[in-house]
Design a binder for this molecule. Structure first.
Ligand SMILES: [Zn+2]
Length: 255
């Protein structure tokens, strides 16, 4: 079995066939899915989808690219959503200095505020990081992130950044872009111990080869998993079993 720990099933690119997409995931042995909110509305949608399907769980939170438009009340409402039994994490939250939809201070404040919330609620974090490695590492080190636990998803950065993150015991996940021909991430995948690895698609984005150009979906996880298994020199079944155990441990999934 496989668990897709990061997808956005609430996005309107699934409006026509969401049920079929979830069914197709199950047919491809993706027996668990975490659908991730990016703002209040999307978090509410994520919970609604998780409510409907046994294999789907939800994460709720405000993405760094959506934090400029977040209202003070949104955090109270996010907190209320976490009381739902299918909510397994706070996410996705973090820093994005590539898109820069909000200034650095705003992003950092909202990230820290949500780390506090996760710590208070004893929920793991799903963290987004793009072109913000130094500030990310500073916040991870100073805000008790290692104790709260979580995953740095769609990992980007070099070997030394990865080494520092691994010392905090966070989990790491790589997306379909590791399957691209010009990808340079092979050494990073090899460097990440199996006990720190989770699988994800980040669908509808980052469709793995050989399906690039199509909308991504959880069923396509097998292509990324195959690449990781090959780099690790183990079977795809073994990789599926180890990473599923990791996901079940971190997110306390009832699967
Ligand atoms: Zn995402």
């Amino acid at each position: 079995m496989f668990i897709d720990t990061h997808t956005h099933l609430d996005f309107d690119s699934y409006d026509e066939d969401r049920e079929i997409v979830i069914q197709r995931a199950i047919e491809n042995k993706v027996s668990g899915i975490i659908t991730i909110g990016t703002d209040l509305k999307s978090s509410e949608q994520a919970v609604k989808i998780a409510e409907k399907y046994a294999s789907v769980f939800a994460a709720v939170g405000i993405h760094p690219s959506d934090c400029a438009s977040a209202h003070y009340n949104d955090f109270e409402k996010i907190k209320e959503l976490t009381q739902h039994e299918k909510v397994v994490a706070i996410g996705e939250i973090g820093l994005d200095y590539y898109h820069m939809h909000a200034d650095k201070e705003t992003q950092k404040n909202i990230f820290k505020k949500q780390i506090k919330l996760a710590t208070e609620l004893n929920l793991p974090l799903i963290i987004h990081n793009r072109d913000s490695h130094d500030d990310m590492y500073e916040i991870i080190s100073n805000e008790g992130v290692a104790e709260t636990g979580g995953v740095l998803h769609s990992f980007s950065g070099d070997e030394s950044f990865l080494e520092k993150i691994l010392l905090t015991n966070l989990y790491i996940s790589f997306t379909g872009n590791i399957t691209f021909k010009k990808s340079t991430t092979d050494p990073l995948v090899i460097q990440t111990p199996l006990e720190n690895l989770l699988l994800e698609t980040d669908s509808p984005f980052l469709t793995p080869a050989p399906l690039r150009g199509k909308r991504n979906e959880p069923a396509f996880l097998v292509h990324t998993a195959k690449k990781i298994a090959d780099l690790k020199g183990i079977s795809i079944e073994e990789l599926g079993s180890i990473t599923s155990d990791n996901a079940k441990t971190l997110f306390k999934l009832n699967l």
